[in-house]
Design a protein around this ligand. Structure first.
Ligand SMILES: Cc1cc2nc3c(=O)[nH]c(=O)nc-3n(C[C@H](O)[C@H](O)[C@H](O)COP(=O)(O)OP(=O)(O)OC[C@H]3O[C@@H](n4cnc5c(N)ncnc54)[C@H](O)[C@@H]3O)c2cc1C
Length: 473
């Protein structure tokens, strides 16, 4: 008899757990993925709008240390269509500038050069910055976690860094954590910077050469269904009753009940407690999950008819909606998707995606678009005169859990729930520094390993970033 596995949530974590189980022992499992949305992918979903244009949930950067993700896509026979950038970030900090900091894996010298030419800093500050980054690289996880109770702002002050460095690094907090420096956990910040500056990979930072569903989600879904897995779209789960004597029972909002030997929660952490019987919601590890919150983020996706941005990178701005631009990031998809055969060259298009950004919810679509046009003209003068043939605003909810101060004390570091047959997957449960595609993939792999162990089947190696020799992890 096959072991029945119900996976609640069809984002990358849910798909990763299904794909890893099927890769290892397809004949042993009957797998059902339940996804409340009409499409798979969760935060990595993309779809076509009424005019047939792709819409994505947000700009997604792929990092050189995403080894588990690369390994999974290689294993299912679908290497990712990655579009390498020149490894630079451009920032919108009253003006545009360049941070050449992302380690390309080609040369450590590139990182040093990036630090030594960090924009807006004096030569002395640059030296101070190099020393600071070196100190971060010498911090192990335990030490990084000990700063979880501090905001990035407080941590940088305690490190006695100059105002100029603090201002620039605060900008990185928005980039890394999607949060303002005063609300972001210093632990995540340290772990990310340590990985960014201290690890090596084959690629520079990359984007996907096609919309997220084409690049990431459909290949996983195809693999799962081809290997006997079942995917139930538009099927929201309302409740999960853990196994006592018999199997666990999961109930859909439409009132259908399914039984399963294992239930994998692959929904955002804050959504888990509500699915459980009331008496379990206040117990560990579920109670703390209710405190996790979404991160507000506004991204602009553009397709310009002519080449306006010359580098194809993402531009990041500080979260200052009053003085700075309204958006947090902007990327020119015409560059990223230029080799995707289905991209229609029909004119310039602007899409504004608002993820849980309550501070702009009072603005109408017209007001948001007017602000976006003003900002593009202000910060990127070459955008002036690029009238769009279409501009849309999309307001999303239920996106990622922000790594706010205290985040690491709330998220479980294990996938077991303490209840038989009930497991936690999801980007918040695993990974090197915090959420992200790689964390979601690792979490699915780790839960698959737990289930495989129960049938004495070999699991998969969890791959760690390849760190430079002097980095402490
Ligand atoms: C704007 C934005 C930009 C991002 N940029 C990057 C980036 O540059 N690099 C990077 O690595 N990561 C990035 N991320 C994060 C990355 O997308 C996520 O970490 C990852 O996709 C999370 O996968 P997941 O499966 O853990 O969760 P999710 O993708 O949230 O999947 C959970 C799924 O569960 C479903 N669900 C919820 N409740 C139920 C229910 N009751 N019943 C059934 N289904 C349910 C949801 O619909 C969803 O499909 C970004 C995210 C956003 C939103």
């Amino acid at each position: 008899m096959k072991t029945k596995v119900a996976i609640v949530g069809g984002g990358l974590a849910g798909l990763s757990s299904a794909a890893h189980l099927l890769l290892a022992a397809a004949e042993q499992y009957e797998i059902h993925v339940f996804e409340s949305a009409p499409m798979l992918g969760g935060q990595c979903a993309s779809w076509l709008d009424a005019k047939g244009r792709p819409v994505e949930t947000g700009i997604h950067l792929d990092f050189p240390w995403y080894h588990n993700k690369d390994a999974l896509f290689a294993a299912i026979g679908h290497p990712l269509p990655l579009k390498e950038t020149d490894g630079n970030y451009y920032v919108c900090n009253g003006q545009t500038g360049q941070i050449d900091t992302l380690l390309a894996g080609k040369s450590v010298l590139k990182t040093l050069r990036g630090l030594a030419t960090f924009p807006g800093l004096t030569p002395t500050e640059r030296l101070q910055l190099i020393g600071f980054i070196f100190r971060l690289m010498r911090m192990d996880d335990r030490m990084a976690d000990s700063f979880d109770h501090l905001s990035v702002t407080q941590f940088l002050l305690d490190q006695k860094l100059s105002a100029g460095i603090r201002q620039q690094l605060a900008l990185e907090a928005v980039t890394i954590q999607g949060l303002r420096a005063e609300e972001a956990s210093a632990a995540s910040f340290i772990k990310f910077l340590r990985t960014m500056y201290g690890s090596m990979g084959i690629f520079d930072t990359t984007f996907f050469g096609a919309p997220l569903s084409v690049a990431l989600v459909d290949p996983l879904a195809d693999f799962i269904t081809r290997h006997g897995g079942h995917i139930h779209l538009a099927t929201a789960i309302k409740s999960v009753t853990p196994a006592t004597a018999g199997p666990a029972r999961i109930r859909t909002t439409a009132g259908v009940t399914h039984e399963a030997d294992h239930v994998i929660f692959a929904v955002p952490g804050y959504a888990v407690p509500a699915l459980l019987p009331a008496e379990l919601r206040t117990t560990s590890p579920f109670a703390a999950l209710a405190d996790l919150k979404e991160t507000p983020i506004i991204t602009i996706t553009l397709w310009y008819a002519t080449k306006v941005f010359t580098d194809g990178n993402v531009y990041i701005s500080p979260r200052d909606r009053e003085h700075g631009p309204i958006f947090d990031a902007v990327a020119d998809k015409a560059f990223h998707w230029k080799d995707w055969p289905k991209l229609k060259a029909e004119g310039s298009i602007i899409q504004v995606l608002i993820d849980a950004a309550d501070d702009v919810l009072h603005l109408s679509d017209a007001e948001i678009l007017a602000k976006v046009s003003q900002d593009l003209a202000r910060f990127f003068p070459h955008c002036r005169g690029q009238a769009s043939i279409d501009a849309t605003v999309l307001r999303l909810k239920n996106t990622y859990c922000g790594t706010r101060v205290g985040y690491w004390s709330k998220v479980p570091r294990k996938h077991q729930t303490g209840l038989p047959g009930l497991w936690l997957a999801g980007d918040y449960t695993a990974g090197v520094y915090h959420y992200g595609m790689e964390s979601a993939i690792i979490s699915g792999k780790a839960v698959a390993n737990e289930l495989l162990r129960e049938i004495n089947h070999a699991g998969f190696e969890i791959l760690r970033p390849r760190y430079l020799p002097f980095v402490r992890v």
